[in-house]
Design a protein around this ligand. Structure first.
Ligand code: FAD
Length: 277
């Protein structure tokens, strides 16, 4: 049996007070599991910003977790974006997941805000210059929808590391071989920074098909057949996700980042299967 992995969890910030309860139920469910870090996603909309900040601060202070706050370039000037980073530093949060972010729904292409960062490398460079943060970034084992080809993601990731990124968390994927090929391409490009696989247990078969398509993540044909014929999707998701993680661990991966979607049950079951207590 392989060694139990180091784990980390991604949470959504609450959009309103009601959602705060759901976030903290999720967080409570992971008590005692000792993640390396937890991360909190970032939406560019104004109203959730304060709740996001409070959630990040609370997870750090009350739960003692190492929190990485996500930050994007969307809908803010450079000054505003860096002020958000500074506000995290002031409450003791020293890690940022630095991203370009998606264009608003229907907008098609990403357009920088007036006076805002144009891309993730600019944001990483500016955060690095503050000297205040460990910087994590996104990486794409299956090509990002905007990538010119699969090597474009690798050369862009290299620029992110050169700008000061300390590690990269991947988009979720279902084909371990795609991750290994990506890792090989990164090796060949001279990338030495850590790549942490992003793991998404499937909480709903219909929803994941839409979501994966929008991210450019292929779903194996074997998954389609399995979900079609299974009467227990919950157990099937646990089994498929456990198998994916085991294949990664067997090839030397030591850290896994779980996209929890604030629904802890599947992630907890997979972690238990992997020997994470
Ligand atoms: P980048 O890596 O900067 O760009 C994506 C790809 O596009 C590159 O790999 C490259 O192929 C191409 N590209 C982009 N710009 C250039 C350029 N100037 N030159 C050449 N190639 C370029 N979204 C949110 O809104 N909030 C979140 O909290 C959030 N968290 C995320 C966490 C992780 C771990 C990941 C992987 C994604 C997350 N996202 C989040 C989604 C993310 O914002 C989108 O995938 C977005 O489209 C790309 O952001 P990025 O910083 O990873 O992009």
């Amino acid at each position: 049996m392989t060694k139990a992995p180091n784990i980390s969890f991604e949470f959504f910030p609450p959009k309103n007070i009601q959602a705060c309860f759901s976030l903290f139920e999720t967080v409570e469910a992971f008590q005692g599991m000792d993640p390396t870090f937890v991360s909190v996603t970032y939406g560019a909309g104004g109203t959730t910003r304060e709740l996001t900040h409070d959630a990040v601060s609370l997870l750090n202070k009350e739960y003692g977790w190492n929190v990485a706050a996500h930050l994007t370039c969307v809908n803010a000037t450079k000054e505003e974006t860096l002020a958000i980073a500074k506000s995290y530093k002031e409450v003791g949060v020293n890690e940022i997941v630095a991203l370009r972010g998606d264009p608003p729904k229907g907008a098609g292409k990403f357009t920088p805000a007036e006076g805002g960062f144009s891309n993730s490398v600019e944001l990483i460079t500016a955060l690095k210059e503050t000297g205040d943060f460990k910087i994590r970034v996104g990486a794409y084992p299956d090509p990002h929808p905007e990538a010119a080809d699969e090597n474009a993601d690798v050369s862009w990731l290299k620029q992110k590391f050169e700008a000061g990124a300390d590690s990269a968390i991947t988009q979720f994927f279902f084909e371990p071989e795609n991750f290994f090929r990506f890792r090989d391409r990164c090796d060949r490009a001279g990338i030495t920074g850590q790549l942490i696989p992003g793991i998404l247990p499937i909480t709903g078969w219909k929803g994941i098909q839409r979501f994966a398509a929008s991210c450019g993540t292929p779903i194996p044909i074997s998954y389609e057949a399995a979900f079609e014929h299974s009467s227990d999707h919950h157990q099937l998701s646990i089994d498929l996700c456990t198998k994916l993680c085991e294949k990664l661990l067997a090839e030397g991966i030591e850290d896994l980042h779980f996209y929890t979607l604030n629904r802890p049950t599947l992630t907890k079951a997979v972690c238990a299967n992997l020997g994470v207590i």
